[in-house]
Design a protein around this ligand. Structure first.
Ligand SMILES: *[C@@H]1O[C@H](CO)[C@@H](O)[C@H](O)[C@H]1NC(C)=O
Ligand SMILES: *[C@@H]1O[C@H](CO)[C@@H](O)[C@H](O)[C@H]1NC(C)=O
Ligand SMILES: *[C@@H]1O[C@H](CO)[C@@H](O)[C@H](O)[C@H]1NC(C)=O
Ligand SMILES: *[C@@H]1O[C@H](CO)[C@@H](O)[C@H](O)[C@H]1NC(C)=O
Ligand SMILES: *[C@@H]1O[C@H](CO)[C@@H](O)[C@H](O)[C@H]1NC(C)=O
Ligand SMILES: [Ca+2]
Length: 503
């Protein structure tokens, strides 16, 4: 281990002395992807290309999104700012209409200012355009999302085109945002629950020439602890695995293009996912099934893999890429408050600077789903603050219609065995504070927040969470028991004033 660390330190040193090596960035993001890969311990779902990438990457075992919802997460990946700070409180598309603040300096904007060629292929799902400009863009804004996000032949062609149009004296930042393995039963049920039939060559499904679909039997899949072990959920997971094979083969094609254009030896490659898998306790939740993410980081010419237990946030991606390109984060204000990145560069992950905690912040998903949550998670504990705890936890359209959730509703209504680790009442109605002792209770079953033995842990974590909310200018800082007054006579001394609402 120590030897590896020293080796990596030396590698970094040599990287930064040889400027040409530390040249480009390829950021690959899955949509609702989880841990269904050998590298993260799933021996059933076949993902050879991700495993190959992992064999020459740092494999982060403790990586977390700062929000488990598509647009908010993508905005925080691209800005380094949590959703409550960059303004993307919920989904961007259609009626939801959320956007980041116009003044936000996103990664693609900073790249543009430094004459780094930026490209996006696949799901953008953030706005406005002036905050997220790309030189080369093929996204759902101008194309079918299934073509640019799931058709891996089309994606391969677009990556090829990106490299063909690249001016070789210019460094690049390429963001390939797959739509796989997102569900599609809600939008395109004709292609199956996870669009697992799209392009599989069967009648009416079209063909994706580069894709060799993998098929799974429901009895063979691995059912994680947070999904009911029922035939319906197993069939749902089997469909998810098939779609993961398309994502995996797509990643293989993207990396092949990188190599063919001779950029595999001068490009930092990062692979992660925007949010947890679309199952109960997953996406839209900040329990670990919603918050934990796969995260691989490959340095140019890295030929070995190593595991990192460090606490890593997707908010660390911006600081990492800025350091890679040697770009300084600008001084500016948002809503009158100075902006600082709360993440850290992972290029130093093997040196001394370690985070002891990561933070998360959720407000909405769909426009109707107001359910603000704030979280601090360390290696050993997680503290969750459910600000809207008097309301039932909301369910999104896409997950609601899924076989797994429908089966769970039916079984509950019919008073049948659910085979689930929770019940719907507990799932909908959550206490204001939840504290989990992850060393004893990694599945987050037992809330110990009122246990006297955890009093000092609770106090410490609450203070850490509050400090993070203050440093990221969280408008929800006084919720739910108070109102923040910060203008007029409170301008110099912002204060939480009590509502006497019994909370
Ligand atoms: C490539 O970029 C360099 C430096 O910005 C510029 O001088 C050159 O004209 C560009 N070439 C093309 C083909 O755009
Ligand atoms: C995928 O893209 C390729 C190349 O553009 C095209 O030939 C093929 O028909 C597409 N497949 C589907 C299912 O749309
Ligand atoms: C990367 O590989 C290509 C082709 O193998 C070679 O021409 C180039 O010099 C290499 N670049 C570096 C920085 O090693
Ligand atoms: C749930 O119950 C409804 C009504 O009986 C039925 O139509 C539907 O197929 C059931 N869904 C699942 C996933 O069991
Ligand atoms: C749900 O589970 C909790 C224990 O976690 C139990 O106290 C409660 O009675 C259950 N509710 C229903 C409706 O089964
Ligand atoms: Ca997503």
């Amino acid at each position: 281990m120590m030897k590896n660390i020293i080796f990596v330190l030396l590698l970094f040193k040599s990287l930064f002395c040889t400027i040409i090596l530390a040249k480009n960035v390829l950021l690959i993001v899955a949509d609702d992807g989880g841990f269904e890969t050998q590298v993260y311990g799933n021996p059933v779902c076949k993902t050879p290309h991700l495993d190959k990438l992992a064999s020459k990457s740092t494999i982060f075992k403790n990586a977390f999104t700062s929000v488990s919802s598509c647009s908010p997460s993508r905005s925080s990946i691209l800005t380094g700012l949590p959703q409550h700070q960059n303004g993307m409180y919920g989904l961007h598309q259609d009626i939801h209409h959320f956007n980041s603040f116009d003044e936000v300096k996103s990664l693609s904007k900073l790249m543009k200012m430094k004459n780094i060629y930026s490209g996006i292929i696949g799901k953008k799902h953030v706005g406005p355009e002036n905050v997220y400009p790309f030189d080369f863009a093929y996204t759902e804004e101008t194309n079918s999302i299934n073509q640019v996000g799931r058709n891996i032949t089309k994606i391969k062609d677009l990556v090829h085109e990106f490299f063909s149009t690249l001016n070789h004296s210019q460094p690049f930042f390429l963001y390939v945002a797959f739509h796989d393995p997102h569900r599609c039963g809600h939008t395109n049920p004709e292609y199956g629950e996870f669009c697992e039939k799209f392009g599989n060559g069967e009648e009416g499904m079209g063909i994706i020439p580069d894709w060799k679909p993998e098929h799974y039997k429901p009895e063979d899949v691995i059912v994680p602890y947070f999904i009911p072990d029922t035939p319906t959920a197993r069939a749902d997971i089997a469909a998810q695995y098939t779609t993961l094979s398309r994502l995996d083969q797509g990643i293989g094609l993207v990396l092949k293009e990188l190599k063919e254009f001779n950029h595999d030896n001068d490009t930092l490659v990062i692979y992660t996912s925007d949010n947890g898998i679309p199952f109960p306790s997953g996406r839209t939740n900040l329990y670990d099934p919603g918050m934990a993410e796969p995260f691989l980081m490959h340095l140019p010419q890295q030929t070995y893999s190593q595991v990192s237990e460090e606490m890593v946030s997707l908010l660390d991606i911006v600081p990492t890429i800025l350091e890679w390109f040697n770009v300084k984060y600008p001084d500016y204000k948002l809503n009158g408050m100075p902006v600082q990145l709360s993440g850290k560069s992972l290029l130093q992950s093997t040196s001394l600077k370690k985070s002891e905690a990561v933070f998360a912040s959720h407000n909405l998903h769909e426009v109707t789903m107001y359910y603000p949550i704030r979280v601090v998670r360390t290696n050993s504990y997680k503290l969750i603050h459910n600000l809207n705890f008097k309301m039932p936890f909301p369910i999104d359209q896409d997950f609601f219609i899924s076989p797994t959730f429908q089966d769970l509703l039916n079984r509950t209504v019919e008073k049948k065995e659910t085979h689930w680790y929770k019940n719907l009442t507990d799932y909908y109605y959550r206490p204001e504070w939840e504290l989990f002792d992850l060393e004893k209770d990694s599945n987050e079953r037992y809330n110990v927040v009122n246990n006297a033995a955890y009093h000092s842990i609770r106090t410490t974590l609450q203070k850490m969470l509050l400090d993070w909310q203050i440093s990221t200018n969280d408008p929800w800082i006084c919720s739910p028991s108070g109102v923040l007054e910060n203008k007029g006579r409170f301008k110099e001394n912002p204060t939480c004033l009590p509502l006497y609402n019994g909370v």
